[in-house]
Design a protein around this ligand. Structure first.
Ligand code: ZN
Ligand code: FE
Ligand code: FE
Length: 261
């Protein structure tokens, strides 16, 4: 199966901030001419961490059953896979490891959404950027990304340059390149995440120069819309593929934790 039209970053209402049923996402994928999709909802974390934005641990079985029902319903028409978007937050690795062991996930994205207690991609807390030195912020952020890559817990790094979401771009760039070296060394892929085109920065994650740098290091990409509504499934994949093909990037998907070209 060609990985070119496969959406591997999708949420479900179980996370508390997405709408539309998973079967509506699958129907949207069919309507958009996609070959498949992989649900990667926000995984359960310890109760103290970011609780309003994710399913609880006692909802994990419901998540698995819901997606398995969609797999059965669309069998033969659409490949439906089941994964998670995990958070990398130092100190929670053992909890994450335990949850990841509860099911043979097709694909696990490792994302950094927090610097300390600050959820830096939350529009509610965007004012905090004014209190930060952007160079230091990105250095701190990419050190966490390196930690995620070294943890061995994840298949890919989510939305690589996420702190740019509201327009606060990386003034330095060196930390990002070091993180790419670590990602390449640990054979991870990168989430090519088209949601950035729906945000104030109006640019997919990663930025074009980082996409080229990643491709030069042999890092493959996994296409994802990060849809939180069925209408966002496959969002701007044609534009994404144009950018990826322009830098000779490899596009892959994951099944059972195994990379497929
Ligand atoms: Zn979300
Ligand atoms: Fe995310
Ligand atoms: Fe996401």
């Amino acid at each position: 199966m060609s990985p070119l039209l496969f959406d591997s970053h999708l949420h479900t209402p179980l996370c508390g901030h997405a709408s539309g049923s998973p079967r509506e996402y699958a129907q949207a994928a069919l309507d958009a001419g996609l070959q498949g999709l992989c649900f990667t909802d926000h995984m359960p974390m310890p109760a103290w961490y970011d609780a309003p934005w994710r399913m609880r641990l006692d909802q994990l079985a419901e998540y698995i059953e819901t997606i398995q029902a969609v797999q059965a319903e669309f069998a033969g028409r659409l490949e439906v896979r089941l994964g998670l978007e995990a958070d990398f937050h130092p100190g929670t690795e053992r909890f994450v490891e335990r949850v990841l062991a509860m099911h043979p996930w097709d694909y696990v994205i490792g994302s950094v959404h927090y610097l300390g207690a600050w959820g830096f991609d939350n529009p509610e807390f965007v004012a905090e950027y004014e209190n930060r030195d952007l160079g230091a912020l990105y250095t701190q952020y990419y050190a966490l990304v390196e930690g995620a890559a070294r943890s061995g817990l994840f298949d890919a790094i989510g939305h690589l340059d996420l702190p740019k979401k509201f327009g606060h771009r990386d003034p330095l760039g060196a930390a990002a390149l070091r993180a790419l070296d670590v990602i390449a060394d640990h054979s991870l892929s990168l989430d090519f995440n088209t949601a950035g085109w729906r945000k104030p920065v109006a640019e997919a994650y990663p930025a074009p120069d980082l996409t080229r740098q990643a491709a030069e290091r042999g890092i493959p990409f996994v296409l994802g819309s990060d849809a939180h509504r069925p209408v966002e499934v496959g969002f701007r994949f044609t534009d994404a593929l144009k950018l990826l093909q322009a830098v000779d990037a490899r596009v892959v998907t994951y099944r059972g934790g195994v990379r497929h070209a």
